[in-house]
Ligand binder design. Structure first.
Ligand SMILES: [Zn+2]
Length: 291
């Protein structure tokens, strides 16, 4: 089984988030980990601890996603750390690059490829200024499409009670990207924030042909009936298992149990059959990665 949506973060980010974010001008990160009005659900992990959580849950490989940093320099630091993790356990970790498309995207992509990365994400078109830097975003999408690299994008629910770190995402941008880059494999995180519903419209369905949806952070967002509902709307071949580890999707539970609990919930609270589980837990992502 593969967890296709996880993160690893440089230790400076959690030892002293205030000074790190100020120094690197990453104000969005600070809103997320130090929300003014409350408690952060961001968790942290080290590579050995993450591998032991994966073992406990029966996960053979995890995709480490980058982050939607506001500056290229932060992306590079984060990629350096992911490179360290994939070198440490090449059979357990796959890395997707953190890229800020506004600053020389091809240079960043080629460098990530030379490090052994296999895709891009998790990017955020609103925080990373898609509207202002459309040309650069298009260069990135074209490169990924040619290289057959998947692109994972964060999506916030269309209808949302504003939680800490909430930044609205514009559904039109995802549609535009899918329309302009029909061969690009786009993975929309967090069940696409509700976008699967629009696939009931046959014209939209045709445009979103190469769009996939990951299940990251399900316990924070939806009832587990979401699995059956989304299968009915888009087909099981478009759904990919991801947890968002080390995010505390199960707020009161121990970090090391998060992946395990996510799998138990699927086993206990959905009616998925074995072939559907196989598709969601491994077959779909392996196809996307051309494995
Ligand atoms: Zn996300």
């Amino acid at each position: 089984m593969i967890d296709s949506h996880t993160h690893c973060f440089p230790p400076e980010l959690f030892t002293n988030p205030n000074s790190w974010t100020r120094k690197h001008m990453e104000s969005q990160w600070l809103h997320l980990v130090k929300p003014r009005d409350g408690f952060s659900i961001q968790g942290w992990s080290h590579k050995e601890a993450m591998i032991s959580s994966m073992d406990k849950a029966g996960i053979s490989k995890a995709i480490l996603l980058g982050w939607y940093w506001e500056h290229r320099n932060s992306c590079e630091k984060h990629n350096e750390l992911m490179k360290e993790w994939i070198d440490f356990a090449p059979n357990r970790f796959i890395a997707f690059a953190a890229i800020n498309p506004s600053q020389s995207p091809i240079e960043q992509l080629e460098f990530a490829k030379s490090l052994g990365f296999k895709g891009v994400g998790e990017l955020h078109p609103s925080i990373q200024n898609y509207s202002q830097y459309k040309k650069q975003w298009n260069i990135l999408c074209e490169w990924c499409s040619d290289a057959s690299w998947p692109l994972n994008l964060h999506v916030t629910e269309g209808l949302n009670e504003k939680h800490p770190g909430y930044i609205k995402t514009d559904f039109d941008i995802y549609l535009e990207l899918a329309k302009n880059f029909p061969k690009l494999k786009i993975i929309l995180a967090h069940w696409g924030g509700g976008i699967p519903f629009y696939e009931c419209n046959p014209r939209i369905k045709a445009i979103l042909k190469n769009v996939y949806y990951d299940t990251a952070a399900t316990p924070l967002l939806y009832d587990y009936k979401v699995f059956r509902h989304v299968i009915n709307m888009v087909g099981v071949e478009k759904i990919i298992f991801g947890t968002d580890f080390p995010l505390k999707s199960f707020i009161n539970e121990n970090d090391s149990m998060q992946i395990n609990l996510a799998i138990n919930k699927i086993d206990n609270e959905t009616d998925l059959n074995d072939s559907e589980k196989d598709a969601i837990f491994s077959k779909n992502i392996l196809n996307i990665l051309n494995y």
